[in-house]
Design a protein around this ligand. Structure first.
Ligand code: ZN
Length: 401
């Protein structure tokens, strides 16, 4: 077991009782590869739970809902044993900080002390460790057994349980959220924010058509795990699932060329290397938010021919949706060089629900970032997506026996 201040891992560091309106006003990293200190200033004390996770190596700080007032690029780069950190809402009334470390670490010290002006300073001292001792101390099994209650269906737009009015159910899935910010644009625009804004526009456009039951997997800045997104779609008996993203490419040499919208469908064999990497990145969303990474379930284990048929039908419908979306999107905005791609996105792994993932553009591209930040552009794109979804269902109805 790794130790925190002499106590067993996963123990609670108790401070003053949590109160509403706690603000994190600063965060800093000091030290080197032997010992690194992470500190955070809070307006008042809260209960913080600290634990480590392997694969990749991370230190997690869980606390009640706090407001982070940190610079937009806080945590993008690290120092010493820390390579980066992220923060945000992890579930309803629960905030989380995920610290990525460059190697296994042990928590040497974790304490809260009084700071000037009634504030509180949380100090975490990390020491370089080895894989063997870290492995024994991983909090993975402990958190894995605890179901993550993501804040699904918050807000009036996400009724629960699902209404069965006979109208097609469209699930809009804004990617990322909360502690998982997604990509960060050159002007510090977060993917989680622009895709939520676009999703709310699409929600409004689809509602205007008055022919669908439209629900959102999230309507606030909260983390939702990939499993919870899938479960949400299943529980609503979704007829179409549309995930919205706006990622970045890592290779700086291509940021000016790689731009425009792309529609992805599910395939175990990726259409190309870039699509494969994009799916790999999206599938790591849970790890980014500090969830333990479990072994991918063996999809190949399912041998039921009926399921295979359902899957094939679903894949065909997903392709129809992709065709419809790309056809309309090109009238509203620029498409990427290869606008229809396929890869093994976990969030698209839905047996009976046609599912697509729309990359609205690349936040790594300055022009795309500008467009994604523009309300009028988002509305135009939302209109075209809504028209495409409507056309897709027209075609499905026409084809139905
Ligand atoms: Zn994304």
């Amino acid at each position: 077991m790794a130790l925190i201040g002499g106590l067993a891992l996963g123990c609670q560091i108790l401070a003053l009782p949590a109160q509403a309106g706690v603000v994190v006003t600063g965060a800093a990293i000091t030290g080197d590869k032997t010992r690194t200190e992470f500190s955070m200033t809070l307006s008042q004390g809260v209960t913080v739970e600290v634990f480590t996770l392997a694969n990749p190596y991370r230190v997690i700080l869980d606390m009640p809902d706090v407001t982070f007032e940190l610079p937009k690029d806080a945590g993008q780069s690290g120092q010493g044993l820390i390579s980066a950190y992220r923060y945000g809402l992890f579930a309803a009334r629960k905030s989380r900080v995920v610290i990525d470390t460059v190697s296994p670490v042990s928590i040497e010290k974790a304490e809260m002390t009084a700071a000037p002006g009634g504030a509180v300073k949380l100090l975490l001292s990390l020491k370089s460790s080895d894989a063997a001792s870290f492995g024994a101390g991983t909090g993975a099994s402990r958190t894995a057994s605890r179901p993550v209650q993501a804040d699904l269906g918050r807000g009036a737009d996400s009724p629960r349980p699902s209404r069965r009015t006979g109208r097609p159910v469209v699930v809009i899935d804004p990617g990322h959220g909360g502690v998982d910010p997604g990509a960060l644009g050159a002007s510090n625009v977060y993917e989680k924010d622009v895709v939520l804004a676009a999703a709310l526009e699409l929600f409004a456009e689809l509602e205007k058509l008055d022919r669908f039951d439209v629900v959102l997997t999230r309507s606030t800045d909260v983390f939702v795990s990939l499993d919870d997104r899938l479960e949400f779609s299943r529980s609503r008996s979704a007829d179409l699932f549309v995930s919205l993203h706006a990622d970045a490419i890592a290779d700086k040499r291509f940021t000016s060329q790689v731009r425009g919208a792309t529609v992805y469908t599910l395939s175990d064999r990726a259409s190309d290397e870039a699509a494969r990497r994009m799916a790999e990145k999206e599938n790591s969303a849970d790890a980014i938010a500090g969830l333990p990474v479990l072994k991918e379930e063996e999809e190949g284990g399912v041998r039921d021919i009926l399921i295979d048929l359902v899957k094939r039908e679903t894949a065909n419908f997903s392709m129809d949706a992709s065709n419809s979306l790309v056809g309309r999107l090109k009238q509203a905005t620029q498409l990427s060089a290869k606008p229809q791609r396929a890869a093994a996105f976990k969030v698209l792994r839905q047996t009976g629900t046609p599912s697509v993932l729309v990359e609205l553009g690349y936040l790594s591209n300055k022009d795309d970032e500008k467009r994604l930040s523009s309300e009028s552009w988002r509305r135009k794109v939302a209109e075209s997506l809504a028209a495409a979804i409507s056309a897709y269902f027209d075609r499905r109805t026409a084809l139905a026996p």
